[in-house]
Write a protein that binds this ligand. Structure first.
Ligand SMILES: [Zn+2]
Length: 282
């Protein structure tokens, strides 16, 4: 996977720290008034993906890697009009979380997959994360931040509670950059596009509100996981209602034809459950 994430790199053969700084400088120059072009987004995304994968344990089991990439690609290919090279990764940690790196790198935590009941729930998460990339939310945030003269990059977090953990981890490596949560508007937009994308891929979008319900139930079961953000921003409840309203606009006859779960998904989950766990890095 690491080789793959590097395949689009057009970076000069210089020490990594230098390359990182050079890329950031490019972005500072390039994002003063507009969102940078796809080529820059991909180069920067690849660089961040390498950082993420140095810091976070990634599941390398070929069956798991293959499955999540086939599922992710089935959604991305009906969503992405920029012909990005998508990489879907399972982070070998128990958190319930997912995030996207610009350019097409999606990370879903093992803990999230373990909480799903069916394929359409993971597909919904992937659709949401894919939408953050296709709608260029990180890149817009970065451009905005540059205008405000703040060094800032963005990782999307499907579940904001773990934001600080991921941000802190990556920040240890890339001290120049900060990581921000997306706005409510960006989240709502990704939810809407997520519904559209999975539906186009032939997958039941009801997996999206279903996944939100799982998160809400989990929060109730584990109040200690509720941070200040959750306490003051009961976003999931809104997101259930909003995604259900979006799904309500679809033709019921079409909905009936869409796939909720597959045997392959259950095999993927079962395979993941057999793999030894990577202890969390401190
Ligand atoms: Zn999001």
């Amino acid at each position: 996977m690491l080789e793959n994430t590097r395949q689009n790199g057009t970076l000069p053969p210089a020490p990594r720290a230098w390359r990182h700084t050079a890329l950031l400088l490019t972005f500072v120059a390039g994002t003063v008034s507009c969102v940078p072009p796809t080529q820059d987004e991909v180069a920067m995304g690849n660089e961040y993906a390498q950082q993420v994968e140095r810091e976070l344990p990634i599941v390398r089991d070929p069956d798991v890697v293959r499955y999540i990439n086939v599922l992710g690609d089935s959604i991305a290919r009906v969503s992405d009009d920029r012909a990005l090279t998508w990489r879907f990764n399972v982070v070998d940690q128990p958190e319930i979380n997912a995030f996207a790196v610009p350019g097409g790198h999606i990370y879903v935590y093992r803990g999230l997959i373990e909480k799903t009941n069916m394929m359409s729930e993971l597909a919904g998460v992937l659709g949401h994360e894919i939408a953050h990339v296709t709608q260029r939310h990180s890149m817009e945030q970065m451009a905005k931040a540059q205008r405000a003269n703040i060094g800032l990059s963005g990782l999307c977090l499907f579940v904001p509670s773990a934001c600080q953990g991921v941000a802190g981890t990556v920040l240890q490596v890339g001290a120049q950059a900060g990581f921000a949560k997306f706005s409510r508007d960006d989240e709502a937009e990704s939810d809407r596009f997520g519904v559209t994308y999975v539906t186009r891929a032939g997958i039941d979008p009801r997996g999206i509100p279903s996944m939100f319900r799982i998160l809400i139930a989990e929060r109730e079961r584990n109040p200690s996981s509720v941070d200040a953000f959750f306490a003051s921003h009961p976003i999931e409840e809104n997101r259930v209602a909003n995604t259900e309203a979006e799904i309500g606009k679809l033709d019921p006859a079409l909905l009936k034809t869409l796939t909720r779960d597959t045997r392959a998904y259950q095999s993927f989950k079962a395979r993941l459950a057999t793999l030894p766990r990577t202890p969390a890095k401190r």
